[in-house]
Design a protein around this ligand. Structure first.
Ligand SMILES: NC(=O)c1ccc[n+]([C@@H]2O[C@H](COP(=O)([O-])OP(=O)(O)OC[C@H]3O[C@@H](n4cnc5c(N)ncnc54)[C@H](OP(=O)(O)O)[C@@H]3O)[C@@H](O)[C@H]2O)c1
Length: 312
């Protein structure tokens, strides 16, 4: 096990990953990159989050690339991405559980009108309103993959009326299935709280825009924990200002950190969280990456393989 692993991330603590890999892959050389590779790089494996464009292509001996998150838009967006190298993403029970906690938290907050009560508190206003019963609230989940399906299972015990949307369709007990372009219209028209857990691809970029938001019933709320670029921000702000969308819980943004003057920061209908819906656990995930590296060294594909052509 004398693999050479290079690590690049400005959002993760390299020491945590170095320690985690030292436990599961003690013979490996773990190199933390802080910027561009200046000379030749003979790395076997790259473990990365938002690597600078062109860097992966310069590592000509790579046997596999590992995304430090479930999403891979941060690598596939690189015009020089070496698509012949297998790309693996994070699929991990701790990540899934964290996301479902976040979805349950925010669906309950949106259902019970928390953004409105926080705004009223700031103005010293006592303004009670009777909440709907959960069984009368329709929650629609865009993206019924690993995270969307688990979120649906965790929301089910509250009694919400659940539906989901995916590309190819799915079977999930108690969740109405929608798929494809017609399915998108149908789910939007019948959703009170829309949860976005899609990957960011050419097809899903800007999917929540003036046209699609208009299909939501008046007063619907939005939860986005997919990627910021799923939303056309100006269109969501216009829908919030017109009260067509009553509130939005947003964890991800087209530009992160969310810039200081952005209206999301101060809009009374918006809850901002700083891309923390679910974080990758180094110990749990390094063990799976190491098992994948063994597979690659044995001529097999890594676990949790991404299809670059599909974009997720
Ligand atoms: N905020 C955070 O902290 C955080 C943390 C982790 C992940 N995320 C985001 O969550 C995303 C989803 O993760 P995951 O593990 O659940 O991914 P996944 O297992 O790959 O599931 C993706 C789902 O989206 C559906 N989908 C993709 N393209 C579509 C399209 N054009 N039309 C309709 N449905 C489409 C897929 O449909 P099929 O089932 O038909 O393929 C699948 O159901 C990640 O890509 C990442 O962006 C955010």
């Amino acid at each position: 096990m004398s693999d050479h692993i290079v690590f690049f991330s400005k959002s993760d603590i390299p020491q945590s990953w170095q320690t985690a890999f030292a436990k599961v892959r003690p013979g490996a050389r773990f190199e933390v990159l802080s910027g561009a590779v200046t000379g030749p790089c003979d790395a076997d494996f790259a473990v990365v989050w938002h690597p600078p464009h062109g860097e992966l292509a310069r590592m000509t001996k790579l046997k596999a690339i590992f995304s430090l998150g479930a999403g891979v838009d941060h690598v596939l967006g690189d015009p020089e991405f070496p698509s012949h190298v297998p790309l693996s993403r994070v699929v991990d029970p701790t990540l899934t559980a964290g996301m479902s906690e976040y979805v349950v938290l925010q669906v309950l907050a949106l259902h019970r009108g928390l953004p409105g009560y926080i705004a009223a508190q700031r103005r010293g206003l006592w303004r009670p309103s009777a909440p709907k019963l959960a069984r009368d609230v329709r929650v629609g989940i865009m993206g019924m993959g690993v995270l969307g399906r688990d979120a649906a299972r965790k929301l089910a015990p509250f009694g919400y009326r659940l539906s989901g949307w995916s590309r190819s369709g799915f079977e999930e007990a108690g969740v109405e299935c929608h798929r494809g372009a017609d399915g998108l219209k149908a789910i939007l028209r019948s959703t009170d709280i829309l949860v976005c857990l899609l990957p960011l691809t050419a097809e899903t970029r800007g999917i929540l825009n003036r046209e699609t938001l208009a299909l939501l019933p008046a007063g619907a709320a939005i939860l986005n924990a997919g990627r910021g670029a799923h939303i056309v921000d100006a269109d969501l702000l216009a829908a919030l200002d017109a009260r067509h969308v009553s509130a939005a819980a947003l964890d991800v943004f087209a530009e992160e950190p969310l810039p200081a003057p952005h209206r999301y920061w101060s809009h009374p209908g918006v809850i901002v969280t700083p891309h923390v819906a679910s974080l990758t656990n180094a110990d749990a995930v390094a063990a799976r990456m190491s098992a994948s590296m063994d597979r690659v060294n044995a001529g097999l594909p890594p676990f949790d393989l991404v299809d670059p052509a599909r974009g997720y």
